[in-house]
Design a protein around this ligand. Structure first.
Ligand code: ADP
Ligand code: MG
Length: 697
C-alpha cells in the first residue's frame, strides 16, 4: 500500500493546495468566507477558478462538474469540458470565476413538488466554498447548492448550510451572554457510521427485485441466519478485506477520514465509520462514501446494497448520526467536563436539546422516514418509531437532581480490573451504551440512531440544527436583560428539564412496556412514512422553518409532496416487480416442477400399478394449491395497483393507499411464494436462494 499520509487528500483541492497556489490576499479572503460564512466577490472567484483548473489539468482532468444533491435522494452531476476556442480551430483550457460560482443545469426533470412548472426548466447551481473541490474520473467536482430559476430551494444542501449558520449565530449570541466574547463561530459536527451489505455480483444479476428495488421481494429464509451472532465483529473474509482496503484508499485520496471497519450482525453485512467533520462536509463525504462503496464493489465483482432492508428475517442497515456542536475556539459544547453539576453552560445546551427533541420529536421521526426504513423502525433491530432520549446514568442523575433541587452524587469513573496481570487496567466509561435508544448521549455528543442506511444525512441534520437553534434563541431572549444571570440560568434550566423530562427514557426501547408508557407520556408513535409525513406540514413545524429562515412554507409543502410521491412510486415499482417475478418466473417454474412430478408419478404407475406415487402426489397437491392461491393473489395485487390511479389527486391519500392496501397484499403474496420456494426443487426455482446470496461471498 502506498504511503497513506501522502495519498490522503491527494485528489482534493484542499487548504494546503489553496495556500500553495493562490495569491496570499486571495487565499485569506477565501478562508474568511469558509470560516465565517462571509460573501465572496468575483475577482476572488476568478483567481480561485484559475488555480483550481491549473491543478485539475495537471492531474489529467478535462472536465468539471457542479455536483449537487437534488431531492431524488442521490447526487447529480453534468460534465462540461474546460475547452475554449481561440480561433483557427485551436482551443485553450479555460475556467472562469463565473463558471465556478454558477451553473445552469436544465432542471425540469428533478423533483420539485410542484414548485416549478416544466416550462420554467431552468435551475441554478451555486458553488459551496465551504466544501472542497475534488477529482474523480478525470473530472473536477465542485460541491454546489441547487435552486430554481425563481430562487426556491430544490436540494438538501442549502437548508443544511442555512441551519448551520442559524445555529451558529444564536449559539454565539448565547455564549457572548455567558462572557465568551472570543467565540465568533459555532459549528455542528457529524460522524456518520454507515452500514451496508456486500453480495456476489452473479447472484445479484439473477435477482430482478434487487436490481429494480434494492431489496428482495421474495425469498424463503436460509437454514442459518444471524442467530449464532458469529458474523458480528467476525474475521473479515479475504474478498471483503480486499474490497475494504480498496475502498479505504479511494476514500483517503478524497480526504475522507475512513477510520473503522468491521463485520455487522447479519451475514454479509458490514460497517464503515469515519472521523467526524463539520455537518456540511460530513454530508458531502457520506454521499461520496456511498457512491464509492458501490463503484468499488463493482471492481471486485461484488454489489454493495445500501437499502435499509435488503433481506427479510435478518437485520437491515442503518446509519448512526453522531452529532455535536463546537466553537471556533475548539470547545465541544456537549462535553460535560469534570463537574457537569457546576457547568451551567453545558446544562443550558443540554436543556435546549432536550426541549428541542421533545417539541419536535415528530420532525425527527419524519426526517428518517422512507419506504426502506419503514421495515426497520419498530422491528427489534433498530430503534423504535417512538423518539426518545437516553442520557445515561450520570447525566440522568444530574438531570434528576436539577429537577428535584437535590444534591448530585456522581458515579465517578471506577477502575476496571481485567483480572489478568499482563493486561493493563483501564478506566470504565461512566455510562454504558444503550443500544436501543434512538437518540443517545454518548459522552460528548448525541447519537441519532434511527437513520436508514441510504439516507442523505443533510436532512436529519438540518432539522436537528434548526430545532436546537430555535430553543437557543428562545433561551437568549429569556436570559438577555436578566438582573441576576446565574439565577436566571439555573431557573431556566430547571424549568426546561422539568417540562420536558417526558422525552427522556433510559430503559429498553424495544420492550412492549415502553410502547404503552410512551403513549401515556403523549409521545408520538408513527409507524410508517405516510403516518409520519402527515405531520410535516403541521403549523408548528412550518413555523419553525420559516421563523428560522431555513425554508419557506411553499418549500416545505413541496418537500412534503416529494416525499409522499416518492414513497408511492417506490411501492408501485416494488408491486410491479413482484407481479412480473410471479407471473414470468415463479409460477411457470413451479408448474414445470409439478409437471415433472406428475410425469414421474405416471411413469411409476405405468411400470406397475402397485408402485406408490408418494411423495410425488403429496407435493403435487401442496404445490398445486400454492399455485392457485399465488395466481389469485397476484391478480389481486395487479388490480390493487391499477386502482391506485383513483387516489392520484391527493398524495397523502395515495401514499396511505399504497401502505394499507398494496403493501399488505405484497406481504401476503410473498408468504405464499416463500412457502412454495421451500417445496420446489432448487433446479426449478428461478432465483438464487437466501442461503446462496447471504453466504455466497
Ligand atoms: P462508537 O460509538 O462506535 O463506540 P466512537 O464513540 O468512537 O465510536 O465514535 C463514533 C462516531 O462518532 C465516529 O464517527 C466519531 O468520529 C464520531 N464522533 C466522535 N466525536 C464526535 C463529535 N464531537 N461530533 C460528532 N461526531 C463525533
Ligand atoms: Mg455508534
Amino acid at each position: 500500500m502506498a504511503n497513506v499520509p501522502e495519498m490522503f487528500g491527494s485528489m482534493v483541492f484542499n487548504d494546503k493546495k489553496m495556500q500553495e497556489r493562490l495569491p496570499c490576499a486571495t487565499y485569506k479572503a477565501l478562508k474568511k468566507t469558509i470560516k465565517n460564512g462571509e460573501p465572496l466577490d468575483l475577482s476572488i472567484a476568478n483567481a480561485v477558478a484559475n488555480a483550481m483548473k491549473e491543478w485539475a489539468v495537471e492531474m489529467g482532468c478535462t472536465h468539471y462538474t457542479h455536483w449537487f444533491q437534488p431531492m431524488t435522494g442521490v447526487t447529480a452531476e453534468k460534465h462540461d469540458s474546460f475547452i475554449y476556442p481561440v480561433g483557427d480551430g485551436q482551443i485553450i483550457m479555460e475556467f472562469s470565476g463565473k463558471e465556478l460560482i454558477k451553473g445552469e443545469p436544465d432542471a425540469s426533470s428533478f423533483p420539485s413538488g410542484g414548485i416549478r412548472a416544466t416550462f420554467e426548466a431552468r435551475g441554478y447551481t451555486t458553488w459551496d466554498p465551504t466544501s472542497p473541490a475534488f477529482i474523480r474520473d478525470k473530472t473536477l467536482y465542485i460541491p454546489t447548492a441547487f435552486c430554481s430559476y425563481t430562487g426556491e430551494v430544490l436540494d438538501k444542501k442549502t437548508p443544511l448550510l442555512r441551519s448551520m449558520e442559524r445555529l451558529s449565530s444564536v449559539a454565539v449570541r448565547l455564549l457572548h451572554l455567558l462572557g465568551k466574547e472570543d467565540v465568533t463561530r459555532v459549528n455542528t459536527t457529524v460522524g456518520p457510521e454507515q452500514e451496508y451489505f456486500l453480495i456476489d455480483k452473479k447472484a445479484y444479476d439473477q435477482r430482478p427485485d434487487l436490481i429494480f428495488t434494492g431489496r428482495t421481494l421474495f425469498g424463503a429464509p436460509a437454514p442459518k441466519g444471524q442467530e449464532l451472532e458469529d458474523h458480528y465483529f467476525g474475521a473479515i473474509k479475504t474478498r471483503v478485506a480486499a474490497f475494504m482496503n480498496d475502498l479505504d484508499e479511494e476514500l483517503w485520496k478524497l480526504g475522507i477520514f475512513a477510520k473503522t471497519k468491521h463485520n455487522e450482525v447479519a451475514p454479509s453485512q458490514h460497517e464503515l465509520a469515519p472521523i467526524f467533520e463539520t455537518s456540511n462536509i460530513a454530508t458531502d463525504h457520506n454521499e461520496l462514501t456511498m457512491e464509492i462503496m458501490k463503484k468499488t464493489a463493482e471492481k471486485h465483482d461484488l454489489v454493495c446494497l445500501l437499502h435499509e432492508k435488503p433481506f427479510a428475517g435478518v437485520n437491515g442497515s442503518g446509519k448512526h448520526n453522531n452529532w455535536s456542536i463546537s466553537t471556533n475556539t475548539g470547545e465541544n459544547l456537549l462535553d460535560p467536563g469534570k463537574n457537569p453539576e457546576n457547568n451551567l453552560q453545558f446544562q443550558l445546551f443540554l436543556a435546549a436539546i432536550v426541549k428541542a427533541v421533545h417539541e419536535y420529536q415528530d420532525l425527527l421521526r419524519i426526517t428518517v422516514a422512507s419506504a426502506g426504513n419503514d421495515h426497520r423502525l419498530g422491528a427489534n433491530e433498530a430503534p423504535p418509531a417512538i423518539i426518545s432520549m437516553y442520557l445515561g446514568d450520570d447525566l440522568g442523575a444530574l438531570v434528576d437532581s436539577i429537577i428535584q433541587g437535590s444534591e448530585y452524587v456522581p458515579e465517578r469513573k471506577k477502575e476496571m480490573q481485567t483480572g489478568v496481570d499482563v493486561l493493563p487496567d483501564f478506566k470504565k466509561d461512566t455510562s454504558d451504551r444503550n443500544r436501543t435508544s434512538p437518540f443517545a448521549f454518548t459522552g460528548n455528543k448525541f447519537e441519532f440512531r434511527a437513520l436508514g442506511s441510504s439516507l442523505n444525512i443533510g436532512c436529519p441534520n438540518y432539522m436537528l440544527n434548526t430545532m436546537v437553534a430555535e430553543e437557543l434563541s428562545q433561551f437568549c431572549q429569556e436570559l438577555e436583560g436578566a438582573e441576576d444571570l446565574t439565577a436566571a440560568m439555573k431557573a431556566l434550566i430547571k424549568k426546561t428539564l422539568t417540562e420536558h423530562r417526558d422525552i427522556i427514557f433510559n430503559g429498553d426501547n424495544y420492550s412492549e412496556e415502553w410502547v404503552k408508557e410512551a403513549e401515556k407520556r403523549g409521545l408520538c408513535n408513527y409507524r410508517s412514512l405516510p403516518e409520519a409525513m402527515e405531520h410535516y406540514i403541521d403549523r408548528k413545524n412550518i413555523d419553525l422553518f420559516v421563523r428560522n429562515g431555513i425554508l419557506t412554507e411553499a418549500e416545505i409543502r413541496a418537500r412534503y409532496e416529494i416525499e409522499l410521491e416518492q414513497y408511492a412510486k417506490q411501492l408501485r415499482i416494488e408491486a410491479l416487480s413482484m407481479i412480473e417475478m410471479a407471473e414470468k418466473n415463479i409460477l411457470p417454474s413451479v408448474i414445470a416442477f409439478v409437471k415433472e412430478l406428475a410425469d414421474t408419478a405416471l411413469a411409476k404407475k405405468a411400470l406397475s400399478e402397485s408402485y406408490s406415487v408418494y411423495p410425488e402426489s403429496s407435493l403435487i397437491g401442496k404445490l398445486s394449491e400454492g399455485c392457485e392461491a399465488f395466481e389469485k393473489k397476484t391478480e389481486e395485487l395487479r388490480v390493487a395497483v391499477e386502482n391506485a390511479a383513483k387516489y392520484r389527486e391527493d398524495s397523502l391519500t395515495l401514499a396511505k393507499y399504497y401502505r394499507n392496501t398494496v403493501f399488505a397484499l405484497m406481504d401476503e403474496l410473498r408468504q405464499i411464494g416463500d412457502a412454495m420456494e421451500q417445496r420446489t426443487s432448487a433446479k426449478f426455482w428461478p432465483y438464487p436462494s437466501y442461503g446462496e446470496i447471504l453466504f455466497g461471498v
